[in-house]
Design a protein around this ligand. Structure first.
Ligand SMILES: *Cc1c(COP(=O)(O)O)cnc(C)c1O
Length: 372
């Protein structure tokens, strides 16, 4: 049996949708993109959804929408993909790293307050593996200190926190449709918000700073006329991607349910063994983008599972350990004791809707056999 770390789930619906988009003769951002944004917005129950070509682009334009400036500070967890830190550096702003919790691997909210200075502008919680962070505490800290909250929900479609869908809590929430994520369009992302000004800023900036209002206002002058009102970017997506997204969105709940079943099987099987599963808090659920375990023989376990043809991965090499970030911002290992421990012992197991029960059982058998 060969079990890759990830395999995207698609069926005839994706193929039909993409073929129809191509046959329509309109390939770039157009009617399918608008339909995808509308369906996505309706699914989450938020006011505005702005599609982009990645979550990195969405995070970038979210920070631009809130007016991040050079010298500002943004608090992010150190246990994240580098994109979360990178977007802050685009502005000449400083990513300030927060340690994580031992059991959930999410940002430790008890450590946020100590990191807040007069330069702090924003918090970017990352819902690690798909489990929502402590959003009540994060929003309370943010409101008290007049900070804006941009959620990195690259792992977190769909999930709930105390009955609220992720995408309806922070000031702006960014989702990823990258190849391995829970809804996949190959590459893609979406920023959602209830704030009209943020939505407008992101819509303008995703396409060269061109104002659609100007287009509408002056359309009687002819279709050639437009106005550039900001120094924008080329971050728009395409109708081909949107056709994939629409097909994936229709099966999102089913795919989520199947990942949940696999997670439940893992958790039950690992109970009482050398394998420590991540804890999911009782007042929220997980999108189950990742199934993360901790063991004492991590590197050895990865090799042994590889020999048994089981793919695994590690999430994440903490931001403070990457040479560029360490050198540029002077991060010190000793400030992130929990993240260091988590990083040394953690690995992620295959979890995707197309996995059969036999494959899940095989992974369980081999993990328990080799884990120390
Ligand atoms: C994947 C990921 C991103 C970036 O998503 P892209 O769509 O590839 O830009 C950002 N943050 C986290 C935590 C991620 O895992």
């Amino acid at each position: 049996m060969q079990i890759p770390f990830h395999k995207t789930y698609t069926d005839e619906e994706e193929i039909t949708g993409v073929v129809a988009a191509i046959k329509s003769g309109w390939l770039t951002m157009g009617p399918k993109t608008i339909e995808f944004e509308d369906r996505f917005r309706d699914y989450l129950g938020c006011r505005y959804a702005v599609s982009m070509n990645s979550a990195t682009a969405a995070l970038h334009l979210a920070l631009k929408a809130i007016g991040l400036q050079a010298g500002d500070e943004v608090i992010i967890p150190t246990n994240t993909f580098i994109a979360t830190a990178e977007v802050v550096t685009y502005f000449g702003a400083v990513p300030v790293l927060c340690d994580v919790e031992e059991d959930t691997h999410n940002m430790d909210v008890s450590k946020i307050k100590k990191l807040i200075t007069s330069k702090t502008r924003s918090l970017i919680p990352v819902h690690f593996g798909g489990q929502p962070c402590d959003m009540d505490e994060i929003m309370a800290i943010a409101r008290q200190h007049k900070l804006l909250v941009i959620e990195d929900a690259a792992h977190c479609l769909p999930a709930h926190y105390k009955g609220h869908k992720i995408g309806t809590i922070g000031d702006i929430t960014c989702f990823s449709f990258y190849a391995t994520k829970t809804l996949c369009t190959g590459e893609g992302g979406m920023a959602v918000t209830d704030n009209a000004a943020y939505s407008q800023s992101m819509k303008i900036n995703r396409l060269h700073g061109i104002s659609r209002d100007a287009w509408d206002r002056y359309s009687e002058k002819g279709t050639w006329y437009y106005e550039v009102v900001d120094n924008g970017h080329k971050y728009n997506t395409t109708d081909i991607n949107a056709a994939l997204g629409l097909a994936q969105l229709r099966k999102l709940e089913w795919m989520w349910q199947r990942r949940g079943e696999i997670a439940a099987k893992y958790t039950k099987a690992f109970n009482g063994t050398a394998v420590i599963s991540s804890v999911i808090r009782s007042d929220r659920d997980s999108a189950w983008h990742l199934y993360v375990i901790k063991v004492n023989n991590r590197d050895d376990l990865i090799d042994r599972l590889k020999a048994d043809k089981i793919g695994t991965s590690v999430h994440f090499i903490p931001v403070h350990k990457h040479p560029y970030y360490k050198q540029t911002y002077g991060y010190q290992d000793k400030n992130y004791p929990v993240a260091n421990d988590v990083f040394s012992r953690t690995l992620s197991l295959p979890i995707y809707p197309g996995m059969t029960d036999e494959q899940v059982d095989y992974v369980i058998e081999k993990v328990i056999k080799h884990a120390r």
